[in-house]
Design a protein around this ligand. Structure first.
Ligand code: PMP
Length: 390
């Protein structure tokens, strides 16, 4: 395969040492080495979730598996949930809950915008008696629209309500500070192939202490994704079912890299890459899909002008330039391109991809002044490197 620069918002480019770690010899998944590895992973993920109290469980599954595990463990028929989708993945969470028999109401948000905390609060306050919601479904970072919610503000809106909260942070966790304990979220789900930059295959689920009693009281059927089983086996240093051992090795190496870089530097890197890509879009006369104040740190969604087909631009980029970016999903198909900031990518990679994007856009009829997009991105990078004034 020719060399590719992978700029989709997951799975992301995985660094060589992480890939190498996945090639280690197989070990007994019920033996002492795996036990030590699993316990450490769980412990090391706690600061990433911002928790000292929650149990962090590692599941052999993609992010969707983690979300299904959360929903089926906590909720079932008889539960009334309030969902707050801001894009395709929020809608998927609703589909999971409905599939498992929950009644789901929806707080509607215009795509490209963040959830309005006041709208959420109003819906919770208005539902009294039998109408009361037992759960709230939330998205931290919506990958389909490049939009991020202000989770501190969402947490403030939930204060005083005791509904159980499930947060999809599959494409958000690790790219900014998350404070699960302080914000009071009950179950937070992420996955290995996003900010943490390991291969796909693991869902990592943090469960707050009060949720275990609720899970015992939940009569809904569940088996493979019963988080209580995951908890009981984690206490033995195991997973209930055979885990993807190679991916666990890779995830361990990816966490080494995360810790070596330092959380704050990781946050800054994502913020800077996202800002550079948005600056490029603006300089090229393209509209960033997310609204001001709601920009995602991990993916930039860019709306293409009428007459420029996003999927055709992506094909040209992939086939002629070796740059792979995301497209619009669901009702946004063809309208958007999405450029991820996650993974083992350098500033030079970002500049190269944006240069290739300029060429592809020109080829597809978008008028632009060559080099202005790359220059705008370069300025963001250079400004970040200037020494602080003394
Ligand atoms: N939620 C969000 C916000 C995501 O970005 C994704 C993956 N793109 C998922 C859920 C689903 O994760 P997976 O594809 O790993 O099942």
């Amino acid at each position: 395969m020719p060399k590719q620069l992978l700029f989709i918002p997951g799975p992301v480019t995985v660094a060589e040492p992480v890939l190498a770690a996945t090639g280690q010899p197989m070990i007994d998944h019920r033996g002492p080495e795996f036990k030590a590895l699993l316990a450490q992973l769980s412990q090391r993920m706690k600061p990433v979730f911002g928790t000292t109290r929650a149990e962090v469980l590692v599941l052999g599954a993609s992010g969707t598996g983690g979300l299904e595990a959360a929903v089926t463990s906590v909720f079932g028929p008889g539960d009334r949930l309030l969902a707050c989708p801001i894009g395709v993945f929020g809608e998927r969470l609703i589909a999971i809950a409905r599939t498992w028999g929950c009644a789901v109401d929806v707080v509607e948000t215009t795509w490209g915008h963040a959830l309005g905390p006041a709208a959420l609060r109003a819906r919770l306050d208005a539902a009294t008696g039998d109408e009361r919601y037992t759960g709230v479904l939330l998205t931290h970072n919506e990958t389909s629209t490049g939009t991020q919610n202000d989770m501190a503000a969402v947490a403030a809106a939930l204060r005083g309500h005791d509904a159980y909260t499930i947060v999809d942070s599959v494409s958000g966790l690790g790219a900014s500070e998350f404070r699960m304990d302080e914000w009071g979220f009950d179950v937070v789900v992420t996955a290995s192939q996003k900010v943490l930059a390991a291969p796909p295959g693991l869902a990592i689920v943090a469960v707050a202490p009060r949720v275990w009693e609720r899970m015992d009281a939940n009569p809904a059927p569940r088996f493979y994704f019963d988080l209580r089983k995951a908890r009981d086996f984690a206490a033995l240093g195991q997973t209930p079912w055979t885990p993807p051992v190679s991916i666990v090795f890779g995830f361990d190496a990816a966490l080494d890299a995360y810790e070596r870089e330092g959380a704050q530097s990781v946050y800054d890197r994502h913020e800077r890459y996202a800002r550079a890509i948005r600056a490029c879009a603006a300089a090229l006369g393209l509209e960033v899909y997310s609204s001001e104040g709601a920009h995602s740190l991990t993916v930039v969604a860019i709306r293409l002008p009428n007459g420029v087909d996003g999927d055709a631009v992506r094909r040209t980029l992939r086939e002629q330039r070796g740059v792979v970016i995301g497209g619009g999903q669901g009702r946004l198909k063809g309208e958007l391109i999405r450029i991820g900031t996650m993974g083992d990518l350098t500033q030079t990679d970002v500049l190269g991809a944006l240069g290739a994007l300029e060429i592809a856009l020109l080829e597809h009829g978008h008028q632009l002044s060559v080099g202005t997009g790359v220059q705008a991105a370069l300025k963001v990078f250079l400004a970040a490197e200037e020494p602080a004034a003394v």
